[in-house]
Design a protein around this ligand. Sequence first.
Ligand SMILES: Nc1ncnc2c1ncn2[C@@H]1O[C@H](COP(=O)(O)OP(=O)(O)O)[C@@H](O)[C@H]1O
Ligand SMILES: Nc1ccn([C@@H]2O[C@H](COP(=O)(O)O)[C@@H](O)[C@H]2O)c(=O)n1
Length: 302
Amino acid sequence: MGDSNKGDTLRLPNGDALTGDEVKSPFLIGVAGGTASGKSTVCKKIMEQLGQAEMDHTQRQVVAISQDSFYRELTAAEKAKAQKGLFNFDHPDAFNEELMYDTLQDILKGHKVKIPGYDYRTNSLDFENMLVIYPADVVLFEGILVFYFPKIRDLFHMKLFVDTDSDTRLARRVPRDINERGRDLDAVLTQYMTFVKPAFEEFCSPTKKFADVIIPRGADNTVAIDLIVQHIRDFLNNRSRPGSTGNMALYMNLDLNASGIMGPDHFGNGTYNAIRRFSTLCKELNMQGNFFFDTNKNLPHH
Ligand SMILES: Nc1ncnc2c1ncn2[C@@H]1O[C@H](COP(=O)(O)OP(=O)(O)O)[C@@H](O)[C@H]1O
Ligand SMILES: Nc1ccn([C@@H]2O[C@H](COP(=O)(O)O)[C@@H](O)[C@H]2O)c(=O)n1
């Protein structure tokens, strides 16, 4: 970070100030996309390529969290409905928005947090298997509706949308739900037609416009994943550089389409060069159809 930033107030993407010990705030990446689009697989690949997957949880620089941990607890009547496949888990009301927001805020403040796992067989949060999220440099938060709630959307430094066609998603969801989530074929198809598909069209798909980067074909798009991995590497290197304040928000919260207005005086030269490299690569990949970069920046947010 250049001297020009000394004494600046460090801020989260939503404008909240960070002070003192809180400056080791992680770079928060939102990963949205329809069911079975490959969100978890993309996150897993990113973690693997960064050598994080095999690392002890307490030591990881990059961690991934699922929005499923923020489903709200169901009433007895809702549980009964869910067991018959009659509860809509794809509607925004199925999530605990406040808890999700507070937890992400805690993470951005560099705090250790505990979140429950999720058990699809019982449609309930799994408090027996709490996940401890240790402070990290980069946090990936993935889920179908991570860009739906404006307050939460504004917390992300970077927003990725995994864009896989709906036939492929359904073809992947069916075996996954049968083999891993304890469902039968009829129930999967009925739930898909009754809730999943209409909710995708109403709530998830429209959030694609908020993405900074759209990844066609999900985890198959190795070019896009390599680029994102390289970008995160640049971050991690920049953060560990002597003299860096460690504040990712100042590094990342920028409009690359307008990056021509920023000169090396704004950042250290290493950071500036990393941004330029990223920007150039994005333009090239965009032209090759591997990546859509910031396509809808000017659309209204609602
Ligand atoms: N590129 C891919 N090729 C083949 N199968 C895939 C691919 N990406 C994901 N899958 C499979 O599809 C299913 C859904 O993928 P997942 O990453 O869990 O999606 P999401 O997190 O978006 O629901 C999983 O069984 C996963 O193994
Ligand atoms: N008890 C539950 C909770 C969620 N679902 C479905 O999971 C989908 C979201 O997870 P992905 O990994 O597919 O993104 C969502 O479409 C819900 O329908 C469920 O079936 N049961």
